[in-house]
Design a protein around this ligand. Structure first.
Ligand code: ADP
Length: 194
């Protein structure tokens, strides 16, 4: 399956994506991880991305599209993948659609992990990552609201969106994710006749 995982900072996407990967048996494309690795290795993309990341802003679309496109070209991604943290803008979503149409196959679904912002701020306060200081957290939320939330509508009208309540134990949330995947699978069967 080719699935996109969307959620605001601190929604628990990291934990749930680990479980999802085992469940779906597909490779993980986490743009946060790819970028942090690029920063560690002092690559050109890493050097460019660092400033945006430390301020809670988005790395420019061309950089992201290039980074993800290269990873999607890897043979292990042909049969499916979990896209975690990408797309985050409409431009990225359109680029992804174009890429998938030309290369592997269409997106099967988009999972949105929903958690109320006050809960998120409390969770992030205890995490201690360098971009988790309050000022940067607030900026990351603004970025999410302004740039990424519009994507939900983009996918909803295409019948690809499943929203999941992210409040509860890890098991409860994962159960909801599994149910959402089942619904997506049924929808695919009925629309593509597979
Ligand atoms: P979180 O979801 O907790 O905000 P991530 O680990 O997904 O964090 O991303 C960390 C940072 O990397 C983001 O704040 C942003 O600066 C950058 N980033 C990650 N994915 C993208 C993307 N698709 N487009 C632009 N910037 C990105």
């Amino acid at each position: 399956m080719r699935v996109v995982f969307i959620g605001p900072p601190g929604a628990g996407k990291g934990t749930q994506s680990q479980r999802l990967l085992k469940y779906l048996q597909v490779p993980h494309i986490s743009t946060g991880d790819l970028l942090r690795e690029a920063v560690r290795n002092r690559t050109n993309q890493g050097l460019l991305a660092e400033k945006y990341m430390s301020e809670g802003c988005l790395v420019p679309d061309p950089v992201m599209i290039d980074l993800v496109g290269k990873r999607l070209d890897d043979p292990d991604c042909l049969g499916g993948c979990l896209l975690d943290g990408f797309p985050r803008t409409l431009g990225q979503a359109q680029a992804l659609d174009r890429y998938l149409t030309e290369h592997s196959g269409p997106l099967d679904g988009v999972l949105e992990l929903k958690v109320n912002e006050n809960v998120l701020i409390q969770r992030l306060a205890g995490r201690g990552r360098s971009d988790d200081e309050p000022k940067v957290i607030r900026q990351r939320f603004r970025t999410y609201r302004d740039r990424t939330e519009p994507l939900l509508e983009y996918y909803r009208v295409r019948g690809l969106l499943e929203s999941i309540d992210g409040i509860g134990t890890q098991d409860e949330v994962f159960d909801r994710i599994r149910q959402a995947l089942t619904r997506l699978g049924e929808r695919i069967k009925s629309t593509r006749g597979a």
